[in-house]
Design a protein around this ligand. Sequence first.
Ligand code: PXL
Length: 286
Amino acid sequence: MDKRLLTIQDISCVGQCSLTVALPVISACGIETAILPSSVLSNHTAGFSAWTFKDLTDDMIPILDQWLKEGISFDAFYTGYVSKTQIPIILEIMKKTARPGALRIVDPVMADNGKLYTGFDADFPKEMLKLCAGADVIMPNITEACFLLDIPYPGEDYDRPYIKGMCRDLLKKTGAKQVILTGVSFEKGRLGCAIFNGSSFSYYFTDRIPVSMHGTGDAYASAVAGALLRGKSLSQAAAIGADFVVESIKQTLGDKDHWYGVKFEKALPYLIQRLAERPESSLSVA
Ligand code: PXL
């Protein structure tokens, strides 16, 4: 049977993030992608002056009940932007619809640049810990890692031992099996991630493109999820995801009208090509 993934996150109708990125990216990876929208927003909350917000928590259990009646189940789950009250429901959905050995991938979307996103309160990280508990892969950025660990945000003031310790502490505290820590940089022109699978630790860096674009975290996590389901290792998936985001950013550079997201669509052929490569040639870990 082909693999089927369920992704749970919001629909920001306009703005190229969350489900409007995850569905096309993971589908392009050749993986059947089911969705459970956690909420519907007119547009995302980063950079637009206002937005509508419709919470869909009340629909989640009826949807689950219907899936159970149909015998619907999943090989993988990938969660993104969700609300606090949805976390216990999502845990129940995963428990009841997981096929044997199902993979749980959690992007603990809640913060960046040292701050929680608009609409997330100080209690949110404690709830997010519950979603991360026992996950196969978590993909926090450094800000999210600090909130999960309840430690101060270091800004750019950190070194290799700090990042390695952070990865170890994340697995210890959350009980997750593997972590990809994103947004790591030790030198000005290079940006990447730290990858720790519980025993081996590595980094993957690319040249830093000196712009900050919204939605790159979702494009990254979606490509990693798709690559993992295509059988790539954690470090291969981390590298493919990073290169896909760089390609998406390059496709967006110079388009002033496109300030709200990245043109990941233009990079999908590149992603598909990378996924078709033999495993050895797609791995380039610094
Ligand atoms: O990209 C994360 C994200 C997802 N969904 C919504 C957001 C954000 C980040 O700001 O606003 C609605």
